[in-house]
Design a protein around this ligand. Structure first.
Ligand code: PAF
Length: 293
């Protein structure tokens, strides 16, 4: 069956309230569309969690407030018909697809002036590279939660820092929403699936495997360390730069070694810590991360 398409936040809220009165659990998969296999794995996770009587809502909205002025908001792929077909194939009941006016117009004709800001976990990595990004993410996710009234929401582990910040928002602001984080989906050669992979030229695509290679090799170095059972972040960074010499199209933005809960940088890297990478290939910016061990 084709999913029901709802674009109005007020109608979405009314629909969600009725579903809750019918005691049907609601799972939300927030996306910006251009759905790939990674997104569909989140939809399957959502379905598994709410069961056949539950309702899976996929939101499709390219949120302008999480893009910086020189980022790819205009170029971001918009493939609504294809997305709808994929959602239909997964048995998604509702697609919530609002537009900018519906999401951000203020009732008095002025500007949208209330935002959600996380001040701790968003200081590093993506937060320092993309200053407005997480404020845009937390604000839109809070709005999506208020429109769709989900019992649970599913996010991908590729955006590890995003998922940690959303968990923190849910805890600190008492949203009654359980947060699930599903594993990163990868192409056969290890490249993490991303809607932005579409921007890559053939040559860039073949070099993009470097990101996962760097993560894996750094992880292997830590796992092989005996005494002490850690490797310094400086040594790992030096090794990463060495690996990247074979990939001239890849320009490293950051390689971060951090604690999985606090997201604080670690200088002695051990099993259980995480590694995240951000790099540019031409106009495309990609990110990835893994847990060591
Ligand atoms: O991960 C994404 O696609 C976006 O950041 C999200 C969570 C849908 C908010 O716009």
């Amino acid at each position: 069956m084709d999913p029901e398409i709802i674009s109005s936040p007020a109608l979405m809220q009314e629909r969600a309230r009725n579903l809750r009165l019918e005691r049907r659990p609601i799972a939300l998969v927030p996306t910006m569309g251009a759905l790939h296999e990674g997104h569909l794995s989140l939809v399957r996770e959502a379905r598994q969690r709410v069961g056949p009587d539950g309702v899976v809502i996929v939101s499709i909205y390219v949120n302008p407030t999480q893009f910086g002025p020189n980022e790819d908001f205009e170029a971001y792929p918009r493939e609504f018909d294809e997305d709808r077909r994929k959602c239909s194939g997964e048995g998604v009941e509702i697609i919530f697809a609002p537009n900018d006016r519906q999401m951000y117009a203020a009732s008095d004709g002025g500007s949208h002036s209330v935002h959600v800001v996380e001040r701790q976990l968003s200081r590093t990595m993506e937060g320092s590279s993309r200053p407005v990004h997480f404020e845009g993410v937390t604000t839109i996710v809070a709005k999506l939660f208020n429109c769709c009234l989900p019992d649970l929401a599913v996010f991908g582990a590729k955006d590890y820092q995003q998922a940690a910040i959303i968990r923190k928002m849910v805890h600190d602001l008492n949203f009654p929403v359980a947060i699930e984080v599903a594993p990163t989906w990868r192409e056969k050669d290890g490249l993490a699936m991303s809607s932005r992979n579409k921007y890559l030229s053939a040559e860039e695509r073949s070099q993009a495997t470097a990101l996962h290679k760097v993560l894996q090799q750094c992880s292997a170095m830590v796992m092989q360390a005996n005494d002490p059972q850690s490797v310094t972040a400086d040594i790992l960074l030096e090794h990463a730069r060495e690996v990247l010499r074979a990939y001239p199209l890849v320009s490293l933005e950051y390689l971060a070694f951090f604690h999985p809960d606090s997201l604080e940088a670690v200088s002695d890297v051990r099993v259980g810590h995480h590694i995240a990478i951000a790099a540019r290939l031409g106009r495309t910016r990609l990110i990835d991360n893994i847990r060591i061990g």
